[in-house]
Design a binder for this molecule. Structure first.
Ligand code: HEM
Length: 380
């Protein structure tokens, strides 16, 4: 008897391997709808980035120290002295931004193809929660190097919590672990970033994938008229779709390493609670909310601002229950597609205004100054 047959016989004698084999075989060779193509790889791209973040994050954790005295120095040590430490740090930092891009593209794909409709509403809801967790990962991870930009961006970011009606002051105190950002805040963000969020995300991803498999991928047919995927026309998950995911995985790592080398994230100056830098801006993915909040000032304005910033997220969570239309094809859902495009455009415009606000930019040889609210003024 060969080695593989002996190993097989060993497990056969102890477990019901035939059932397990049938299950794995069924999942691996599952037929996906005929239109499944390159647009359907963003979900697995998000998953791949999550796995990459966990691996590079564990490697960083070996040397990272979550205290105000040591955090900044430990990151410097990782980048300067540890073999390939710079690479792990860069792949982790760039991976965070790319993961937000991947999750957003995946969300747009499922939105515009109407894949969130019955019976897949809960696949969408778990996905929307995953989106929120992905940006919370960004928010908590940003503070960990304990540099000036991180310290002050977190100070400003947690200040917005104060504007939440009724629980505002309590929420800010809870996030900071005190009245200001201190080592207590660093501890809290660290625990959230490396323990709480990863486990919640791993659990939610598992539920999301099981739900996706139970209902198979959506076709473009009307709700209630979906037919089972015909075996001769369906796309086999393995090897056809997996091959596409493989190509995307190789490209992703090429992009990650290239960005890490060509445009490395600087660590900047260590955090100094006594010296506030001139213009503090959050990470790019918070710029739309950051800019929107600026248009609502004063005690009541701030509350309205928090409300305006929360509405898109609430809408995102309940969207499959709000949109009761039966059509899936984007051409047959002009209203939903318009809402999606307006949301996307608003996020892009607000993000850009947030980026250029309080700076001077050059357009076709003319200098333009953008004020706090993003209004352009020609510089003479
Ligand atoms: C860490 C984040 C996420 C991971 C790892 C993930 C993973 C996946 C994977 C692998 C699929 C299979 C099909 C595909 O890739 O297009 C899928 C399907 C799906 N996802 Fe996600 N997803 C995430 C976030 C989201 C978000 C933010 C949403 C929307 C708010 C969402 C909604 C859906 C829906 C509705 C489907 C079913 C698509 C269909 O039936 O065609 N997912 N997800």
């Amino acid at each position: 008897m060969g080695l593989s047959s002996r190993i097989r016989a060993f497990f056969d004698a102890r477990f019901d391997t035939a059932t397990a084999e049938r299950f794995i075989d069924g999942q691996l060779h599952k037929r996906l709808p005929p239109h499944t193509g390159w647009l359907h790889v963003f979900g697995s791209l998000s998953l791949l980035l999550f796995v990459s973040q966990v691996i590079t994050g564990i490697l960083l954790l070996i040397y990272y120290r979550p205290t105000p005295e040591e955090a900044y120095e430990s990151i410097k040590y990782i980048t300067a002295d540890i073999h390939f430490g710079w690479l792990f740090r860069q792949v982790h930092a760039w991976g965070a931004s790319l993961m937000i891009v991947a999750v957003t593209l995946h969300m747009m794909r499922t939105f515009f193809m109407g894949s969130y409709k019955k019976p897949r509403e809960f696949t969408w809801v778990t996905g929307a929660l995953l989106f929120l967790i992905t940006i919370t990962f960004g928010f908590t991870g940003y503070l960990l190097p304990w540099n000036q930009i991180a310290f002050w961006a977190t100070t400003v970011g947690t200040e917005s919590a104060n504007k939440v009606p009724l629980i505002g002051p309590w929420l800010q105190y809870f996030l900071r672990g005190g009245d200001t950002v201190t080592g207590e805040t660093l501890s809290r963000f660290f625990v959230a970033h490396v323990i709480i969020l990863p486990w919640i995300m791993a659990g939610l991803v598992a539920v999301h994938l099981v739900l996706m498999r139970l209902n198979n991928l959506a076709t473009l047919e009307r709700v209630g008229q979906e037919k089972p995927v015909p075996p001769q026309r369906g796309i086999p998950f393995f090897p056809v779709h997996v091959a596409k995911e493989g190509v995307v995985a190789v490209l992703l790592f090429a992009v990650l390493v290239t960005l890490s080398v060509v445009a490395p994230w600087e660590i900047g100056e260590p955090a100094d609670p006594l010296s506030t830098p001139a213009h503090i801006k959050p990470e790019w993915y918070f710029l739309p909310s950051y800019q929107l909040l600026k248009y609502f000032e004063g005690p009541y304005g701030a509350v309205v601002g928090i409300f305006a910033c929360s509405v898109p997220f609430v809408l995102l969570l309940i969207w499959p229950f709000a949109d009761r239309g039966k059509e899936r094809h984007p051409r047959k859902r002009p209203a939903a597609v318009t809402v999606g495009l307006i949301g996307l455009l608003a996020a892009l415009v607000l993000g850009y205004l947030g980026h250029v606000s309080e700076t001077e930019q050059s357009y076709f040889g003319k200098r333009v100054h953008f004020d706090l609210l993003g209004r352009p003024h020609l510089v003479e």
